[in-house]
Design a protein. Structure first.
Length: 451
């Protein structure tokens, strides 16, 4: 019967689940217990005589050197954590207790594998970080960029691609693709197009879909399916730093994180859709009444502060009701979309073109140099809309009435500015009806001669 620890075994260190290291002042491993093969994949004979720092993950080497200096200074240390590279290439999280044995000139360190605990902590931290990113990101591309940074810190992912809308009807869209490593190369669109072939086994390496040569080396991209409440919404493709693929533990972690990513992307997309529906006209894609009033209030305040001039053009399609009556609502919708497109072409990038409703459009022209600039824009619109509009029925002429108002020349408040432009527009419309141009057919009349 064993009555004391010292009489248990001369090789008690080899019986421990932790691993015992003896390291000299220069950082060379003098001896190590047998548990190192279970923890790091190396036999003791493969480690003895090697510099300990060679097995530390490069990003952790500075902190490891600083910790070693504290031990050499005579401090007893408990709880320091760093990462070592396993023989097969994956990272092992290790927690240390260490002390300096002065009379032997050796550092005694006891290493404990805490990878499971650290993985759980990283999973929790990643979930929180992704939720925070989804809340703060302004758009899907920004959210994907934040997620890329989170995953790179989590498991090492210099390359990331996000593919969405994986349906036979719509194909797919690449909403994000980036590789932080200049030597890397992103998968071609042809490679990405085949990702659905491996959707049934999402954590397979899928050589036909996401494996390709780049600058003399093979790049392997792990593919993880992204799911939303309604099912699969896309795929997340990740490239590891070493090019050896992710460990089973990291793949399991990425599957968990991918579920959070899928939900975050779906929530962000729904949020963006709702915001777009609230601020943009569904038919034309232009800013709607709500967004226009927000912009004109901001523009007037800015013009007042900067003492600059802005113009407002109120555009109304003449006799639009006749288009719907004679040619149907599909032709009317096509006409409105074409009017919107031509108005955008007439405007500057800094201007706002909006649809207030029905056949009424407005253009907000900021920073005008002279009052005549608004009239020039109106002339440009008339010329653009004078060209016939192709529809499924037949080409149609467009007639428009345009009212112009200037800040501060005609009004210095948003409401009175709009009233002035609206009054000018209706004055133009009344004048046209009083003296119609016989050479121009009404908007409802097709060039084909249909009546």
């Amino acid at each position: 019967m064993v009555h004391s620890i010292r009489s248990l075994s001369a090789n008690i260190a080899d019986l421990l689940l932790d691993v015992v290291f003896l390291v000299d002042r220069c950082g060379i491993i003098v001896d190590v217990s047998a548990g190192c093969e279970r923890m790091l994949g190396y036999r003791p004979t493969e480690l003895i005589g090697q510099h300990m720092l060679d097995f530390v993950v490069p990003d952790d080497r500075d902190a490891t050197l600083a910790e070693g200096a504290r031990v050499l200074a005579g401090q007893d240390r408990i709880g320091f954590e760093n990462r070592y590279l396993h023989k097969d290439g994956h990272c092992v999280d290790i927690m240390w207790s260490a002390r300096w044995i002065a009379d032997q000139g050796l550092r005694l360190g006891v290493a404990r594998d805490v990878s499971l605990r650290k993985r759980a902590e990283r999973r929790q931290a990643a979930t929180y970080a992704i939720s925070e990113a989804a809340y703060q990101a302004s758009d899907l591309a920004g959210l994907c960029g934040e997620i890329h940074g989170i995953l790179d810190r989590l498991v090492g992912a210099p390359g990331m691609v996000v593919v969405t809308d994986p349906t036979p009807q719509h194909g797919f869209k690449v909403i994000y693709q980036r590789d932080h490593d200049e030597r890397g190369r992103l998968p071609s669109r042809a490679c990405l197009a085949r990702w659905r072939a491996t959707a049934s086994d999402p954590d397979a390496l899928a050589p036909a879909a996401v494996r390709h040569a780049a600058r003399g080396r093979m790049n392997t991209w792990l593919m993880v399916e992204l799911k939303g409440p309604a099912g699969t919404i896309g795929a997340l493709l990740l490239r590891d730093r070493a090019g050896t693929g992710y460990s089973p533990g990291d793949r399991g972690l990425l599957h968990f994180v991918a579920a959070q990513v899928g939900l975050a992307l779906e929530r962000k997309r729904l949020h963006d859709d709702l915001m777009r529906s609230a601020c943009y006209d569904e038919l034309t894609g232009l800013p709607n009444r709500r967004l226009f009033f927000d912009r004109i209030r901001t523009a007037v305040a800015r013009a007042r502060r900067c003492q600059s001039r802005l113009g407002l053009l109120y555009v109304d399609v003449d006799d639009f009701k006749q288009v719907n009556d004679r040619h149907g609502h599909a032709a009317g919708d096509a006409l409105l979309r074409e009017v919107a497109a031509r108005l955008v072409e007439c405007a500057r990038q800094s201007d706002t073109v909006a649809r207030l409703g029905g056949d009424e459009f407005v253009l907000l022209l900021e920073d005008l140099q002279a009052p005549e600039d608004a009239d020039l824009c109106a002339d440009k619109i008339r010329a653009a809309l004078a060209q016939p509009v192709p529809t499924q029925c037949a080409p149609l002429h467009i007639g428009v009435s345009i009212g112009c108002a200037l800040f501060p020349d005609h009004a210095d408040q948003v409401e009175t500015l709009l009233m002035h432009a609206d009054a000018r527009m209706y004055a133009r419309k009344r004048a046209r009806k009083a003296a119609p141009d016989a050479a121009a057919p009404p908007v409802a009349e097709a060039l084909s001669g249909r009546t």
